[in-house]
Design a protein around this ligand. Sequence first.
Ligand code: MRU
Length: 358
Amino acid sequence: MTAAEHLYTIQLLGMGEDVRILDQVHLPHALEFRDLKTFEEAAEAIAVMRVRGAPLIGATAASGMALAARVDASDEALASAAQVLRDTRPTAVNLGWALDRSMKCMLEVPVEDRVKVAYQEAASVIREDAMANQAIGQHGLNLVKQLSEVKEGKPVNILTHCNAGWLATTHLGTATAPIYLAHREGIPVHVWVDETRPRSQGAALTAWELHREGVPCSVIADNAGGLLIQRGEVDMVITGADRVAANGDVCNKIGTYLKALAAAAAEVPFCVAVPTSTIDADMPGGDDIPIEERDDQEVLTATGLAEDGSVQTVRTAAEGVPGCNPAFDITPAELVTVLVTECGLIKPGHAGDLVSSE
Ligand code: MRU
């Protein structure tokens, strides 16, 4: 059993029971779990990023609805809980997708059956994401294998941004799934991990999970990718996404677009690994995807482990200087080489064909 398989990002502790999450705000300095008892606690976990990453946000939202149903499964109470969960974060489409799924199946049955149905649906969301991770891994593995043949035994250098690893999903991750499968098959890979300021999901989460599994990796400053791509030190870029529009425009963590531009200029493949639950058939193009604006303090400060072992947040900008903190950006479809989905490798322009519009 590998390191990644030992830990669950989210677990239903049984029918009608609490929901256990891996609390990511303490990583990489402490590995802690937290039991969610109410939908309000599930909403808080999403809002403050104890859980994050589009697929895991969806899984937590579905689980939050199960927690809501065990208190009050009336139409009104469920609608109100769904709204609280929906308002936590605006960009990842998996949130609304999972809430709509949960609501639909609960409203189809009598009130007394809703707790069971909600737990079953949350379990399905978790299980289906795990299966999608595995299939994405297999399809992406073929790309890594092709690059490895050209490299004749030298490591395939893969650049990734933010965390689209197992921490962001329920199994192997999206962008990391092909990497883990390649590593397990003995294909030499090395991952350039973008630090991903301001929340440092790359340094704190992706590097932690890759290192834990023994995958060779190096954390780089967000601005280093352009040079490495230009120098031929990147064979492939692979990221996840928070939402893919029907035309294939990709919304992902701020900074993704710049990597796509650099990759296009150097003719390096830019791949986006997504489950179809991240494709929004109702969003024609990227321009209308809501971009989360976060507290500017995240940009004006840095958080890390001090020498005395405590986790501290320190100010990096001068006192009183304002910041600006858009959390996601849009990479136009024409910069994306391929979408790696559980259904196979898809040209981004065909994204909308994979999912039905409501
Ligand atoms: O703000 P976050 O940490 O939730 O952002 C996560 C990302 O941007 C991920 O790359 C994306 O959700 C894909 S997760 C498989």
